[in-house]
Write a protein that binds this ligand. Structure first.
Ligand SMILES: C[S@@+](CC[C@H](N)C(=O)[O-])C[C@H]1O[C@@H](n2cnc3c(N)ncnc32)[C@H](O)[C@@H]1O
Length: 505
């Protein structure tokens, strides 16, 4: 029978083992009696107040409770006899795992020497072990295998037959260390999280890791993605607005700033035997009020695409696609036969398009040279090619292309130019229809001008009515062989909610 986890205990740090190593301020908090569960949080608050810069350098970006619960749900059924928390901090990830395991099983696991904790910060490691001792028994606390030091050091190796839960640091590598094995993923990315993730994937049987989402598409993370080709599992990723995965932790340099905080991904890697690639979710955008309903394994797994993805030099990124749109994406790429927007461009051409380089909920092209910072100018020799590009950029396809492969702050011009194009497949009548639609929109641009302040100055943009976008979507879908008259399938792409479609501003 499943045992109910014990209620949080009160403790006095001065009575607990290992307390001598704790900072004074924490010890004082202990003297007035705090819930044992809040010890780690107190240490995190203390860290953020003591030295914000140091915290940034070490990349201490702590996992909120609901995310830790979710990760433990994914972690527990994975194969692996030894349990490891790499970069454990004060235990935000491993404690929920042990609680879910139940007191009897957790004690047996610890007593058998099958629980491993790794962290550079010895104080955090001491708190983590102390907390586990307080919750599961002081008599077995010393059997926890706590490994202080740099996880990247070649001397540190994960045990055989292990599974790993981890939230590694999110900071840049300033200098390569002679103590490390210099893998391609480490040298190319120069990011701690990517190097640690690669080492975990290499040495473990299975894992659940939360990191920034940048490895899914970023160029410098290609060697990491290549290393992932040998494994299988799934990746869910989250946008950082309106809701944010790291919200709810108010202390700390990173966690207090919602607009700039990281877009996160959780990567679950299965047993090595089924190395068939990763199923990937779209970049999930959610509202804070959806958080509790969204952050469950079943809900999140319902966002995963059916395709198991591996990368190749021709398809070097994972694509973050809504499952319902996978068929359209495949058809779009097939029909384009490798043709992209860049094939339609002509340097110095007399037909020009202006494209704002940022796009939160939709992408825009205009004939008008928009008064703003951050814009690209595209030129064409041919009016019909111009019309097609105008329509495509104002349709859902262009915006979706960005969300599939990037979805960060700006639309890189290189990615825009890589957008698949079916222009060469159009009949003369279809070319005329695209041009007519583009021309009609271009004539109405002034009516739909919108302004948003940025750096104290109004930035010009255009917010066309969604009818235009849906009209172009229908045209493109017909070309791709989806002539149906059903509702526009792209509502989910523009939505600022995860569980129902509702377009953001
Ligand atoms: C993002 S925090 C995660 C803490 C905790 N696991 C959580 O999820 O809240 C990253 C942790 O990695 C540790 N760390 C940073 N660099 C490390 C390294 N090279 N080797 C081992 N641990 C490291 C930090 O001390 C910090 O505790």
């Amino acid at each position: 029978m499943k045992k109910t986890p014990p209620p949080p205990q009160k403790t006095r740090l001065s009575h607990s083992r290992g307390s001598a190593a704790l900072p004074d301020r924490l010890a004082r908090a202990g003297e007035i009696g705090v819930s044992i569960d809040r010890l780690g949080e107190l240490y995190e608050i203390d860290l953020s107040r003591r030295n914000k810069i140091d915290k940034k350098v070490r990349g201490q970006y702590f996992t909120p409770g609901d995310v830790a619960e979710l990760m433990s749900d994914w972690f527990l059924p994975l194969k692996g006899e030894n349990l490891c928390d790499v970069c454990c901090g004060t235990g935000n990830l491993i404690v929920p795992v042990l609680r879910k395991l139940g007191r009897r099983k957790a004690r047996a696991l610890i007593a058998a020497g099958r629980l491993y904790l790794y962290d550079l910060d010895e104080t955090a490691l001491t708190i983590c072990r102390d907390l586990i001792g307080a919750l599961f028994g002081r008599d077995i606390q010393d059997a926890v295998r706590a490994v202080p030091g740099d996880f990247l050091s070649s001397d540190v190796r994960l045990p055989e037959n292990c599974k790993v839960i981890s939230n590694p640091p999110y900071s840049k590598i300033r200098e390569l260390s002679g103590a490390w094995t210099l893998t391609d993923a480490l040298v190319s990315s120069r990011e701690y999280y990517s190097a640690i993730m690669e080492k975990i994937l290499d040495q473990s049987r299975a894992s659940v890791i939360i990191t920034p989402y940048s490895f899914i598409g970023g160029k410098k993370f290609y060697p990491l993605r290549l290393a992932m080709n040998g494994r299988s599992g799934f990746i869910v990723s989250f946008d950082n607005v309106p809701g944010n995965i790291f919200r709810g932790k108010k202390h700390g340099v990173f966690n207090s700033n919602t607009s700039n905080s990281v877009r996160a991904a959780i990567t679950v890697t299965d047993d090595r035997e089924k190395a068939a690639g990763y199923r990937v979710s779209p970049l999930i955008r959610f509202k804070n009020e959806e958080r509790a309903e969204l952050l469950t394994p079943a809900r999140l797994e319902s966002f995963l695409g059916k395709t198991r993805q591996s990368v190749t030099p021709d398809a070097p990124r994972f694509r973050k696609c809504f499952p319902a749109l996978e068929e359209i994406l495949d058809r779009w790429r097939q029909k384009a036969e490798g043709e992209t927007l860049s094939d339609l461009l002509a340097k110095g051409g007399k037909y020009a398009l202006c494209v704002p380089s940022t796009c939160r909920y939709f992408s825009v092209a205009s004939r008008r040279d928009l008064r703003r910072v951050g814009k690209y100018t595209l030129a064409f020799d041919d009016a019909q090619a111009w019309g097609f590009a105008y329509a495509m950029i104002n349709s859902s396809f262009c915006y979706w292309h960005w969300r599939l492969y990037d979805g960060g702050i700006a639309y890189p011009i290189s990615l825009l130019k890589e957008m698949p194009s079916v222009y060469h497949r159009l009949t003369p009548a279809e070319k005329r229809t695209f041009f007519k639609t583009a021309d009609e929109m271009a004539r109405s641009e002034e009516k739909f001008l919108s302004y948003k302040k940025n750096a104290g100055r109004p930035q010009e943009n255009i917010k066309f009515p969604t009818e235009y976008r849906e009209r172009i979507n229908r045209l493109v879908l017909r070309v791709l062989g989806f002539p149906g008259r059903g509702p526009d399938p792209f509502g989910v792409v523009h939505s600022n909610r995860a569980l129902s479609a509702s377009e953001g501003e």
